[in-house]
Ligand binder design. Structure first.
Ligand code: ZN
Length: 218
């Protein structure tokens, strides 16, 4: 699929599904733990569950070996790749030139590695953003700024019962759920997470599916 050019426009900040739905978007960020990225890739392969990953290119040695397995899932629309910047530094105190370079260099790696653009989706590192960072990003075609309204709380290492408690609390209809491929606790809980979603009749989807965006138009 050809990579579409950037489509700058006004920024929209989203943190949950638009309107009533049984959909839920699992969004998994960062990826500095090799075992965790590998575990997530195996999980999407065996489960068929859609996930949006937002990796940082600074961790490309972890992600790139999985590109051949992720590409067919991306082409099938089961996996989506969002932009989370190259270095995972806060954008709020960065210069405009740094913001642009962080987004463009990360997308160059995503395009080269996974064959798609991450536009129009940006997840700001730490969720740190303001109207100015949004507008600089939107000027590059990152018009969808994705926050979250539920989280596994696992940017660092958690005990299994704590993570499962967060899953039980936040896996709800319409949630944009934040998780991380940074610590292995979640790897032992995939079946329980699936069971919670199934019991609540939740329909996991990518951000593209939830918001009607597309890899073909960026
Ligand atoms: Zn992050």
């Amino acid at each position: 699929m050809p990579i579409p050019p950037p489509r700058p426009g006004p920024a929209t900040v989203v943190s949950s599904a638009p309107g009533p739905t049984q959909s839920i978007a699992l969004t998994i960020d960062d990826g500095y733990c090799e075992e965790c990225v590998g575990g997530y890739v195996a999980f999407v392969e065996r489960s068929g569950i859609p996930i949006t990953f937002s990796p940082n290119a600074i961790y490309q040695k972890v992600w790139t070996p999985y590109a051949d397995r992720l590409r067919p899932l991306i082409e099938a629309g089961q996996v989506q790749i969002g932009n989370h910047t190259y270095h995972h530094d806060s954008l709020v105190k960065a210069s405009d030139a740094t913001i642009r370079s962080e987004l463009e260099r990360n997308d160059e790696w995503i395009q080269h590695t996974f064959g798609i653009t991450s536009r129009p989706w940006l997840r700001p590192p730490f969720g740190y953003r303001n109207a100015h960072t949004d507008s600089v990003a939107a000027g590059l075609g990152y018009t969808k700024i994705v926050m979250w309204n539920g989280s596994f709380g696992d940017s660092g290492l958690l005990a299994a019962d704590v993570l499962l408690g967060e899953a039980d609390k936040w896996l709800r209809a319409g949630t944009i759920m934040l998780g991380h491929a940074n610590a292995p606790t979640v790897l032992g809980l995939f079946d329980q997470i699936r069971a919670i979603m199934a019991e609540r009749r939740l329909q996991p989807v990518t951000l593209d599916t939830m918001f009607g965006t597309s890899r073909a138009t960026g």
